[in-house]
Ligand binder design. Structure first.
Ligand SMILES: [Zn+2]
Length: 379
């Protein structure tokens, strides 16, 4: 694909980079990238990819723009409230760069349509906030052999990782948690508006690098970002031979829909403990004996540092190990940021286990409010 005179002017600063050059820009022009979710992550990612000259951009989203989206979803302006995100985003991206094509997929990805949607693209950028969709997209990318750039955000922190077929671990190698098909995605957590800007820009960077063949992608490297500390960390991740989708003997050989724990009644039975409230409970002798601290992080995270008396049951194992929760004691689920522990609560409620509690904000909150020496960074 050759570049027109107007494109040569538009992409001048790319062409001035010898590493990228005209060949790289032509590769971007012929590339087809699909962005899953036109939200906080998808907004900056799609804007930068459109500006960079990715020839065909697909956008998958079924929602309409809400006023509360505007705090972070920079694709949209106030006039777009009430419109379909795919349509408003398409207009915005074409206004930014009329040289490209933007394809709106106004739908919810499901097991029966995910392969069909993703098949037409060279690279998938996942910006969904739904865990079920994230696993669905991961599995579809592994099955189709498509590169996938994932990112997720929560409150003040986020992470990103790239999957390249045959080269490294997939998202499920890292977090096998949806293995049981039950995940929570409806928890209404806050998020710092600028946070997805950082992670979405990282995703766009990865996409441009992979498409043009420059640099080193974050394959097998989970990059975590903590906005409050302004700190990036890297966690090496290896492919799991027993991964359900990319492992030696995969049990997932076709996309499948996972059930979701999105039952407000179930979550209303959950007791949310702040770090200081948990500290006070643990300090009061009679109550402490009535608590069972269950740390639902992965063993490598647990082994780095954990609360005294906490017991490790990784979230993925919890559904079949619920029987191990001590009878007559209130389970208090713990994890790094409070997301997995909330899922654990939902599982416990569904299994009829009284009123479980979780540590709101996770061990990060514990480190911030109670014990500055508590090191959860490596997890
Ligand atoms: Zn895997």
């Amino acid at each position: 694909m050759t570049l027109s005179p107007s494109e040569l002017s538009r992409y001048h600063r790319h062409l001035a980079l010898p590493e990228l050059g005209r060949g790289g820009q032509e590769r971007l022009k012929s590339a087809r990238v699909v962005v899953i979710g036109a939200g906080g992550l998808g907004s900056p990612a799609a804007l930068y990819l459109a500006a960079a000259g990715v020839g065909t951009l697909g956008l998958v989203d079924c929602d309409r723009v809400e006023i509360s989206n505007l705090q972070r979803q920079v694709l949209f302006d106030s006039a777009a409230v009430g419109r379909l995100k795919t349509e408003a985003a398409r207009e915005r991206l074409l206004a930014l760069n009329p040289e490209i094509s933007v394809v709106a997929h106004t739908l919810t990805l499901r097991a029966q349509n995910v392969l069909e949607v993703l098949r037409g693209y060279d690279l998938v950028l996942d910006g969904t906030d739904r865990l079920t969709t994230r696993y669905l997209v991961n599995d579809a990318c592994v099955l189709l052999g498509k590169p996938l750039v994932s990112a997720a955000i929560h409150r003040f922190e986020g992470h990103a990782m790239t999957y390249l077929p045959g080269r490294g671990p997939c998202y499920r190698c890292l977090f096998p948690a949806a293995e049981e098909g039950v995940v929570a995605s409806c928890a209404e957590a806050g998020v710092l508006g600028v946070l997805p800007g950082v992670l979405g820009a990282i995703q766009a960077t990865e996409a441009v690098k992979i498409l043009t063949g420059i640099g080193e992608p974050i394959v097998g490297r989970l990059v975590t970002y903590d906005a409050l500390e302004l700190r990036f960390l890297e966690l090496p991740v290896t492919r799991r031979a027993d991964c359900a989708v990319c492992g030696e003997h995969p049990t997932i050989t076709a996309p499948r829909d996972a059930g979701e724990v999105c039952d407000p009644a179930a979550l209303s039975q959950v007791r949310r403990l702040s770090a200081t409230a948990l500290r006070d409970l643990l300090a009061s002798e009679p109550t402490a004996g009535g608590l069972a601290l269950i740390d639902v992080r992965e063993p490598h995270e647990f082994n780095t540092r954990h609360l005294l008396d906490a017991r490790n049951i990784p979230l993925a194992d919890l559904p079949r190990r619920l029987g191990e929760l001590p009878a007559g004691r209130m389970p208090v689920f713990l994890c790094r940021s409070g997301r997995r522990s909330l899922t654990a609560c939902a599982l416990a409620v569904r299994a009829g286990i009284g009123t479980p509690a979780h540590l709101e904000g996770g061990l990060l909150a514990w480190a911030a409010a109670v014990d500055p020496q508590f090191d959860v960074a490596a997890g």
